[in-house]
Design a binder for this molecule. Structure first.
Ligand SMILES: Cc1ncc(COP(=O)(O)O)c(C=O)c1O
Length: 458
């Protein structure tokens, strides 16, 4: 039986009911984990044992068995400034001693108001209203509902939603509907609402067909547009879960203009691309056009606590004003605008807007750029691409997206001290901004080794 298929033992270790303190006992913990924990996006029957992580510092995660992992995927794209950053940890601790939470209907508080005002000052276009929720999926869910209800409140009959093929927007039903072609939702297909999908002209360094793909995608969009379109939702510049697929800003600008000319709203899902991943604060800052709604989460708290934001224009907000509650946005979550999350987000925003972080975006981008020629020249790599701090390439002949090779690749990288989580044969780096050039060098070298080991020439 290949080691990746080894069933996790139910028999190991002593089961204790308290969490291990100073010296964690990985064996006991894994036993409890096997009995009681249901991990996300994991086939427990075939997945290797999860690794017990006891500490994080900078770009490193420290495991109970004494090993150290360089977190090159920012722990599912949430971490920005390194693990356990003292400024964010301190802000949460201070806030916890003042006010941990309060119902956000009928009440407000300084962390939520300050964060809303500071985000509004940085957001593109006329986005000035902040609706809080808990995560990326709920941020998208709220955006879709706002787009639909705004039309409903105005007496319009616009109900159709458009999205890009391959796009991923989260795992709640609205987000799944908008991500129906991402390949994750077979058991739910007949429960998803109708969304029309526009081809996504993914591109890479030296792609000779990019313009032809963009024109074809634009004419497919034209064929879908009509006076019943409420909105398009899209991941600007980089589709994340679809396999780090990149599109050009000029093309996206044209999409925005055409949807808007047809009277539809534009929703940017910047859950992954936000807070500097693309080398600017927002992917939207690479475009001339701005969205009507924007979704943020993941990096918003620097990776410390869950928080979702749906930013809207004042014009959209006004569509919900009226004499009756029926026009209000009847949507909310128990932990809406949690003060601890908002305090973490404010501390993270200070770090994000610092000159040091901007310099790090430049530095990481420049390092990726220097690595591109060698990666592009490797006969086993194809479609090498970069956007800001994100670098990706496909290992030729190593199976398609969704194949089993990603698990083997994960183990290959782990053996070299790297946390990398390829999406099928797509290997990508999406590091915390504190990663050093030397650490990036280690990742590029492992990338080339993996290509050599798993790939074959075209
Ligand atoms: C672009 C995008 N939107 C939405 C989501 C969903 O976010 P969450 O996992 O916080 O629900 C993700 C998660 O990967 C994402 O990448």
């Amino acid at each position: 039986m290949p080691s990746s298929e080894k069933p996790r033992s139910l028999e190991r270790g002593v089961v204790t009911s308290s969490f291990p303190s100073a010296l964690p006992d990985p064996t006991g913990l894994l036993d409890l984990d096997t009995r009681h924990v249901w991990h996300p996006f994991t086939q427990a029957r075939t997945a290797p044992e999860p690794q017990v992580i006891v500490r994080g510092e900078g770009p490193y995660l420290y495991a109970a068995d004494g090993t150290r992992l360089l977190d090159m995927v920012s722990s599912w794209w949430v971490n920005l400034h390194g693990h356990a950053h003292p400024a964010i940890a301190g802000a949460i601790a201070r806030q916890a001693q003042e006010l941990e939470h309060v119902i956000f209907a009928g009440f407000t508080h300084a962390p939520a108001v300050t964060l809303a005002a500071r985000l509004a000052a940085e957001l593109p276009g006329r986005l000035s209203r902040i609706f809080y929720s808990d995560n990326g999926s709920t941020a998208v869910e709220a955006a879709l509902k706002i787009a639909l209800q705004a039309g409903f409140n105005r007496g319009e009959t616009r109900t159709r939603i458009l999205a890009f093929e391959g796009g991923y927007h989260g795992d709640t039903f609205g987000a799944m509907s908008a991500g129906a072609t991402s390949g994750f939702y077979a058991p739910f297909q007949d429960k998803l609402f109708q969304v029309d999908f526009v081809p996504y002209p993914a591109t890479w360094a030296g792609d000779p067909e990019v313009e032809a793909k963009e024109w074809a995608a634009l004419s497919a969009l034209d064929a879908l547009l009509g006076d019943d379109v409420a909105a398009i939702v899209l991941e600007p510049l980089v589709q994340g879960s679809a396999g780090i697929r990149m599109a050009r800003p000029a093309y996206l600008d044209e999409v925005v203009r055409r949807v808007r000319a047809a009277g539809g709203l534009v929703i940017f899902d910047e859950v992954m691309t936000g807070f500097g991943r693309t080398g600017r604060l927002w992917a939207a800052r690479h475009l001339s056009e701005a969205p009507d709604l924007m979704c943020l989460s993941k990096g918003i708290t620097g990776g410390f606590l869950p928080l979702g934001v749906t930013a809207a224009t004042e014009e959209l907000y006004r569509a919900f004003g009226g004499d009756s509650f029926a026009q209000a946005f009847a949507h909310g979550h128990s932990y809406t605008a949690n003060p601890l999350s908002c305090a973490a987000a404010l501390a993270s925003l200070d770090l994000t807007l610092s000159p040091e972080t901007a310099a790090n975006w430049e530095r990481i981008g420049a390092a990726h750029e220097r690595a591109l020629p060698e990666l592009s020249a490797h006969p086993h790599l194809e479609r090498v691409r970069r956007c800001g701090t994100i670098l990706a390439a496909e290992i030729r002949g190593a199976g398609e997206y969704g194949g089993n090779v990603s698990l083997e690749l994960r183990q290959f990288f782990a053996a070299r001290g790297l946390l990398l989580r390829p999406l099928g044969n797509v290997v990508y780096l999406l590091p915390p901004y504190v990663v050093t050039d030397e650490q990036l060098g280690q990742a590029y070298a492992a990338f080339l080794d993996a290509a050599q080991t798993f790939g074959r020439p075209g």
